[in-house]
Write a protein that binds this ligand. Structure first.
Ligand code: HEC
Length: 157
């Protein structure tokens, strides 16, 4: 009896594993990740109005352009151009109160730190040190990654 129970457990485990393998088959077969990856989202929802969303996302796209410009200038060893590009995403920028009021405090803090990180790129560019510029670019991008892991925007009801 004991032996039978063990066999049954093994059979159940094998069937179960088979079931999982079967369930995964369609997406594995075409080499794409399981859709569960896209559904499971642990990020904090930040409800924003349409104008605030447009403002934030516009700033995001601008920051990508700044990174591209700064990196390209660094490749050409044009340190003045690196500094000019980086300052465009610096901490001098302020968002209108109506927008910042919709955002969590830590979101705003992280945004400001990102601006300071771009100012730091501009500062080290003055040293004409490619490694320092590169390290500070990477540092700035750590904020992009950290914030994107933490928040997502949703429609304000
Ligand atoms: C303070 C938080 C925060 C920081 C810092 C941040 N982002 Fe974002 N970003 C977001 C959020 C939130 C979204 C919307 C994500 C969502 O809703 O799924 C976003 C979206 C974007 C998008 C998509 C834009 C669009 O039009 O849809 C880009 C590109 C982007 N970020 C680039 C960057 C880059 C580059 C950096 C760093 C230099 C950066 N972000 C830093 C919060 C941040």
């Amino acid at each position: 009896m004991h032996k039978f129970a063990l066999m049954a457990a093994i059979a159940a485990a094998v069937l179960c594993a088979g079931g999982i393998a079967m369930a995964r088959l369609p997406s594995d077969a075409i080499g794409t990740p399981s859709p569960a990856r896209f559904v499971a989202d642990g990020r904090q929802a930040v409800p924003v109005s349409d104008p605030t969303r447009a403002l934030i996302l516009g700033e995001m796209r601008r920051m990508v352009a700044v990174i591209e410009a700064a990196d390209e200038a660094a490749n050409g060893r044009d340190w003045a151009a690196v500094a000019r590009a980086a300052r465009k995403a610096g901490a001098f920028q302020t968002f209108p109160d109506r927008a910042t009021m919709e955002l969590p405090t830590d979101f705003g803090r992280m945004g400001r730190q990102t601006g300071l990180a771009f100012d730091a790129i501009a500062e080290v560019a003055g040293r004409s040190d490619p490694f320092a510029v590169n390290a500070n670019l990477a540092n700035a991008m750590e904020y992009c990654v950290a914030c994107h892991k933490t928040y997502r925007l949703t429609q304000k009801p």
